[in-house]
Design a protein around this ligand. Structure first.
Ligand code: GAL
Length: 697
């Protein structure tokens, strides 16, 4: 049972216009003379929208309750005259120094008792009444001041809730946690049962005895930790909705968002957050040194689109070149920023904004790239910024077109939080690695995926894969069973459906509510010695009913290898399709079970991407979303995504390879206006081909 915020009806969408282009704009750092040059350069670069005000609290409210909007008004006026839309932030991610001085009790206390001081940025205690009051006051002052201002097109509440974390352990937070638990469990007896407090004699006799999970002798109560993660997400979400509701009283029309961090925010359950936002926006920074960085970018985009329910979304921040907070900050190569930006567009973004407009000369982020670099406009960065701005204007007709995926990956923060708790069978079983292994295989085969909550409607999908669903509720099990029963193809990776929503092992063991669907029970988890590999061999399929479009068997090679983790499977209807011939658990490793009109596959060991790809490949029919390339030769680095418009489709082709590729897609490239039956996508190049829609597309 979750404590749900009130239902919220999202009233607005991304502001009308082209694919928006812009950045965080921080004029507070500059003299007014620079602002005028900024506006000229923004026009030159094709900027259509900027986020302002994010770090402006101390300027707007220099003393408690005293407001000064003079500089702010001037900036708003300049942007309005230039026709640049404003995404106006509330500045509550950086309370002024006077606030910390006046309210030392509002400082966040970490699990080990460390007090987080001011002098940097980030929310203080999210439960602090003083912070709530001050945040409401500045939000209301701004909303009232700009009411009906024609420049305001969107609202940007706070900045990256949860970064750095919002998990506070002060006395007020302890009380808030208890109140949240009372709401969730109703009675102390229910809490004691759910938390299993008879283990290690943790039984609670009164609510006041319960504390947030701090440092203790050894492993903490796991459901206490999981509930605390849920509570923290809800607490931060409550801060967002409080500001949103104040803004809504003054502005009935403009969409309100807050910038999420897609997969990179461990603090928040964004499925619950997205329901409370008019428009979903996210920030994404490349893992620049990773040669697969563009694949992880795609995963973030797919997750963001999925959070937005398939609707277009906003890339609120990214870097046009290097960041300054990774250990060794690679600058982007020529053309890389264009590929990155258009990859976000391909996967549903209707706005591309950067951090930040003008590179700072002072402060912590002066080495972070920006649209206008320290060295000015005669730079590679600024030239590419202008080229991209012009190209985004050429893509205006993509606005509001959507991506249709037929394959879904299960994604649930509750499961990730739970899987990451202490004392699991192996620290080498990492949910992020499992997700990445599966995602990378699908990206390289050209299959576009959605990421879905396990309890969500799965009607749109042919195939559902659970790369890392350690926690699976009874309701999710029923949902997946219904999906398979009506003809869906389902695959789960190991350590699947082990616990329920209360972090309690399913009665009878894993895979709990999916035992009948998968046709097996996990009798024992048996990790493989680190560094060892286990040999797998295929089993000949048994005779049986073969359903149309269902694989008769999986994989074809003689021998494959797996590693790290194994499970002793007790088959209860499933057929073994791959077995281990050595290692700690000789016997079935990959199984297949026909259930209703569908099929459910279980993979009980960890495997490298190529092995997993070979084993699961037969599940994936239809083939990839990539058109034919080079007459049918595999092109795993040619990204191809289709956005579906009302009457036309747009095939976005991004070549991450260092050789050219010829792609069979007929239409008009919106970037060059060439019309052809097929296009060469040069090494590192991009094409956006408007195709004529045929029936069924
Ligand atoms: C984000 C943050 C921005 C800026 C950026 C680049 O996390 O929201 O304000 O700091 O990172 O480092």
């Amino acid at each position: 049972m979750a404590v749900s915020p009130a239902a919220y009806a999202a009233p607005a969408q991304i502001p009308a216009g082209p694919i928006h282009y812009g950045a965080d704009y921080n004029p507070e750092q500059w003299d007014p003379a620079v602002w005028r040059e900024d506006i000229d350069l923004m026009r030159r670069a094709g900027v259509t929208m900027v986020s302002i005000g994010i770090w402006s609290w101390a300027r707007i409210e220099p003393r408690p309750g005293q407001f000064d909007f003079s500089r702010f008004d001037e900036v708003l006026g300049l942007l309005n005259e230039a026709g640049i839309a404003v995404d106006l932030a509330t500045p509550t991610a950086a309370p002024p120094a006077w606030f910390y001085r006046q309210h030392p009790e509002a400082r966040l206390i970490e699990a080990d008792g460390t007090i987080r001081q001011g002098g940097s940025r980030g929310i203080c205690c999210p439960h602090s009444p003083a912070y709530a009051e001050a945040a409401a006051r500045i939000t209301e002052a701004i909303a009232a001041h700009v009411k009906d201002h024609p420049a305001i097109a969107m609202w940007h509440v706070h900045n990256e809730y949860g970064a750095p974390g919002g998990d506070c352990h002060c006395e007020v937070s302890q009380q808030a946690f208890r109140a949240w638990l009372r709401h969730r469990y109703g009675t102390l007896a229910a809490l004691n049962t759910a938390w299993g407090t008879d283990f290690w004699g943790q039984l609670y006799g009164s609510w006041e005895e319960i504390g947030t999970p701090r440092h203790s002798g050894t492993a903490l109560n796991p459901l206490c930790e999981l509930d605390y993660a849920r509570f923290t997400s809800d607490s931060l979400l409550a801060r967002f909705t409080a500001e949103r509701d104040i803004i809504r009283r003054y502005d009935a029309a403009s969409p309100i968002t807050t910038n999420l961090m897609a997969t990179n925010c461990p603090a928040n359950d964004y499925w619950r957050w997205a329901e409370q936002m008019d428009v979903v926006s996210t920030d994404y920074y490349l893992e620049a040194a990773d040669p697969d960085a563009h694949i992880w970018l795609a995963m973030e985009s797919d997750l963001t689109r999925s959070l937005a329910g398939g609707k277009p979304w906003v890339l609120m921040e990214h870097s046009v070149s290097a960041v300054s907070w990774q250990p060794h900050n690679w600058a982007k190569l020529p053309g890389e920023e264009r590929r990155n930006a258009l990859a976000h567009v391909a996967r549903g973004a209707d706005a591309i904004l950067a951090f930040q407009w003008r590179q700072s000369r002072r402060g912590a982020e002066k080495f972070h790239s920006a649209m206008v670099p320290h060295a000015g406009t005669d730079t590679r960065v600024f030239r590419e910024v202008c080229e991209l701005g012009a190209q985004l204007q050429d893509l205006a007709e993509l606005r509001d077109s959507v991506v249709n995926a037929r394959v879904a990956l299960l994604w649930d923060w509750n499961s990730f939080w739970a899987q990451d708790l202490a004392w699991r069978p192996s620290v080498l079983m990492r949910h992020r690695d499992q997700l990445r292994t599966v995602y990378r295989w699908l990206w390289e085969r050209g299959t576009v995926v959605d990421l879905v909550h396990p309890e969500s409607n799965l009607d749109a999908y042919d195939v559902v894969i659970a790369p890392a669903s350690y926690l699976l509720s009874e309701a999710a099990g029923n949902n997946l069973a219904a999906f398979v029963h009506r003809g869906g193809r389902f695959a789960a990776l190991p350590f699947f459906a082990v616990v329920d929503d209360d972090e309690c092992v399913h009665a009878g063991g894993a895979p709990g509510p999916m035992r009948e669907v998968l046709g097996l029970t996990v009798a024992e988890i048996r990790p493989v010695r680190q560094g060892d590999t286990v040999t797998l061999t295929p089993v000949q399929p048994q005779a049986g009913v073969v359903h149309t479009a269902m694989p008769t068997t999986l994989g074809s090679s003689r021998y494959l290898t797996a590693h790290t983790w194994s499970e002793d499977l007790r088959l209860e209807g499933a057929e073994a399709v791959w077995t281990a011939v050595d290692g700690p658990t000789p016997g079935p490793v990959v199984t297949m079970n026909r259930y209703g009109k569908g099929v459910a596959v279980y993979v009980s060991m960890l495997m490298d991407r190529d092995v997993l790809a070979e084993i699961l490949e037969p599940l994936l029919d239809p083939p990839s979303d990539r058109p034919e390339v080079d007459g049918g030769i595999p092109a795993p680095k040619l990204e191809a995504v289709t956005r579906h418009g009302a009457n036309t489709n747009f095939v976005i082709l991004i070549n991450h390879d260092d050789v050219d590729h010829r792609v069979d897609v007929a239409g008009t490239d919106l970037l060059t206006r060439e019309t052809a039956d097929s296009f060469t996508v040069s090494a590192g190049g991009v094409r956006v081909v408007r195709t004529v829609r045929t029936n069924g597309d």
